[in-house]
Design a protein around this ligand. Structure first.
Ligand code: 5RP
Length: 235
């Protein structure tokens, strides 16, 4: 593949560096969880290159977008029905705190991303350094059954949040997820206890999954891309 990194802006170069580094962490003959987003795309680009050199892997995609990209790159795809154990999952994040807790879901894929992370032995997050934060400020995406949206909105307001239904782009009305549900983006003035907030939101009737990920820190490594390299962090 040709090297086009010189023409990229520094954030894109950082994503590419993180994605390429993580692809090189994938062992031969493994089942790989394929996350969603632009940084994961770079990981898949390098993975396809490695497969051309003889690496054998099978992927489990966390979104239609990733699945389509895998078909383009010739990465074979399987499902949790065939493989309920994943050797390594590689995914992006919207914010990462010092304890490796995450906010995910800008791409509305957090429910499948959580399932894949849960099934994985090793969870690798690929991100540019702009994703690192001391405390969460990003809105928390929440995937919700359309039927239950009003009561979940009320519940989020009761928690001190400001919920907004995510609207489609080039589609009137709400975003419909790959699972057929809606997304509510909820801003909180201050997230004091991410674990508690995650559990409270995920327990609301009608919620599939929110984008706060606190349960995988023990198996998480972070590959932080910069414009000229990477820094790998583990706890
Ligand atoms: C999708 C996600 C993405 O992994 C996250 O938004 C990061 O995306 P990008 O690498 O494009 O910045 O959680 O639901």
């Amino acid at each position: 593949m040709s090297d086009t990194s010189g023409a990229m802006d520094s954030q894109t170069r950082a994503k590419r560096n993180a994605g390429y580094y993580a692809a090189d962490m994938i062992p031969d003959n493994s089942i790989v969880g394929l996350g969603t987003g632009s940084t994961v795309f770079f990981m898949m680009e390098r993975l396809a290159e490695r497969m051309g050199e003889g690496l054998r892997v099978t992927g489990i995609a966390t979104s239609f977008q990733t699945e389509r990209r895998a078909y383009e790159y010739g990465i074979p795809i399987t499902s949790l029905h065939e493989h309920d154990h994943i050797d390594i999952a590689i995914d992006g994040a919207d914010q990462i705190d010092p304890q490796f807790r995450l906010i995910k879901g800008r791409g509305a894929a957090q429910t499948r991303e959580r399932c894949v992370a849960a099934a994985a032995e090793v969870f690798v997050i690929v991100a540019d350094e702009g994703k690192l934060t001391d405390w969460f400020t990003a809105p928390v995406p929440v995937e919700v059954l359309a039927f239950a949206v009003p009561i979940v909105m009320n519940g989020l307001v009761a928690l001190g949040g400001t919920p907004v239904i995510r609207e489609g782009v080039k589609k009137d009305g709400p975003v419909i997820t790959d699972n057929g549900n809606w997304i509510i983006d909820c801003t909180f003035p201050h997230i004091e206890n991410p674990e508690e907030l995650q559990c409270t939101i995920n327990a609301m009737p009608g919620v599939l999954s929110c984008g706060i990920f606190t349960e995988f820190t023990g198996k998480t490594s972070i590959v932080v891309g910069t414009s000229d390299g990477v820094e790998v962090r583990s706890l």
